[in-house]
Ligand binder design. Structure first.
Ligand SMILES: Cc1cc2nc3c(=O)[nH]c(=O)nc-3n(C[C@H](O)[C@H](O)[C@H](O)COP(=O)(O)O)c2cc1C
Length: 321
């Protein structure tokens, strides 16, 4: 999720049970047209981050944390050459487990530039992009898509074309473009896909609890699930879901565990991004503090934090129950 799943959040989710992690959407044009300068001394100011030198913002966005095993980088774009080159850059510099193509971003800026969800209406060109990428990489290529631009049944027509083009996996966000992020997911369409396509389908959309996870897995037949918004401020959802699948019940983190996780997350933010990372962490912290007594006041404080010390102060004073 753009603006959220940076490597600090992904590491926290991994440590709490997520089996696969996904980058924020990364611009193919950004990767290609602002390539990293060669390592070495020069007149430019280099920034050191975990041993790698880069000044390419897009590449930085795609970087993994050390030990991130099942990591997929999502790229977006509509230019075939840029998508192929971007894949090669990511393959050579980041070494992820796979590349994912974004066909789901619904924001007006994406439509204007011709990438994201609007590409569900340009399937012949997406097919060309997939085929060409496949000829130029050994990495598996997956596609993340919504159900359609206006009608949820559109995917029944275009998904087989993506499979035929060589997509190794589809991640289906079970909403249409106008459904944005809160429309009731249409799991019946996803079920149809799991019975007609040969490639695996990851179900995505509306999973807010372990009960939801079991519901959508059983209804659709998908063996893998993707969690989006519900993981923000709640990385425990991954282990809870696993526990629920295995035992039929699940436990909640206690106050100490919650505080430990928030502190760990904040320490990772400082490690990877320094003090400037805390502007982004404000939204995470505000989500961690949802549904607690006097939540409004705590969240008002959370959105003003500037550094790790501010987070530590809040953690010291706060009570979750
Ligand atoms: C703030 C935000 C940013 C998102 N960024 C991306 C993105 O970069 N790439 C992507 O494929 N989906 C993105 N999504 C969509 C989610 O990955 C997911 O498909 C959607 O939220 C539905 O899943 P959920 O109901 O579990 O949240 C984003 C969603 C939100 C709310």
């Amino acid at each position: 999720m753009a603006g959220f799943t940076d490597k600090a959040m992904r590491q926290i989710c991994s440590e709490n049970g997520a089996d696969i992690t996904w980058s924020e959407m990364v611009s193919a044009e950004g990767l290609v047209h602002n390539p990293p300068l060669p390592t070495g001394r020069g007149s430019v100011s280099w920034r050191r981050d975990e041993g790698s030198f880069t000044r390419n913002k897009s590449l930085k966005l795609a970087e993994s944390f050390s030990g991130e095993k099942n990591y997929i980088v999502q790229i977006f774009g509509s230019n075939i050459e840029s998508m192929v080159s971007a894949t090669k850059i990511v393959e050579n510099k980041i070494h992820p487990k796979g590349i994912n193509i974004n066909l789901g971003c619904p924001v007006p800026k994406a439509k204007k530039a011709g990438y994201g969800a609007c590409q569900m209406g340009e399937i012949p060109s997406v097919v060309k992009i997939i085929k060409k990428i496949k000829q130029n990489t050994s990495l598996p290529i997956s596609v993340k898509t919504r159900l359609g631009i206006s009608n949820p049944k559109e995917i029944l027509d275009f998904a087989p074309k993506l499979e035929k083009a060589g997509a190794n996996e589809l991640i289906v966000h079970a909403r249409t473009l106008p459904g944005m992020f809160h429309q009731k997911p249409d799991w019946k369409i996803v079920k149809k896909l799991t019975t007609t396509l040969k490639i695996p389908i990851i179900y995505n959309g509306g999973i807010k609890s372990p009960e939801d996870a079991v519901f959508y897995a059983q209804k659709t037949g998908c063996l893998e699930l993707m969690i989006g918004q519900a993981a923000i401020g709640n990385p425990w959802i991954f282990s809870q879901i696993k526990e629920y699948f295995q035992t039929g019940k699940y436990s909640f983190p206690n106050e100490l565990e919650k505080k430990k996780t928030i502190l760990r997350h904040a320490e990772l933010v400082e490690k990877y991004f320094g003090e400037k990372g805390f502007v982004i962490f404000r939204a995470h912290l505000a989500s961690y503090l949802k549904n607690i007594p006097d939540a409004g006041a705590w969240r008002a404080r959370a959105v003003q934090i500037k550094n790790l010390n501010d987070v530590k102060e809040i953690i010291k004073e706060i009570h979750f129950n």
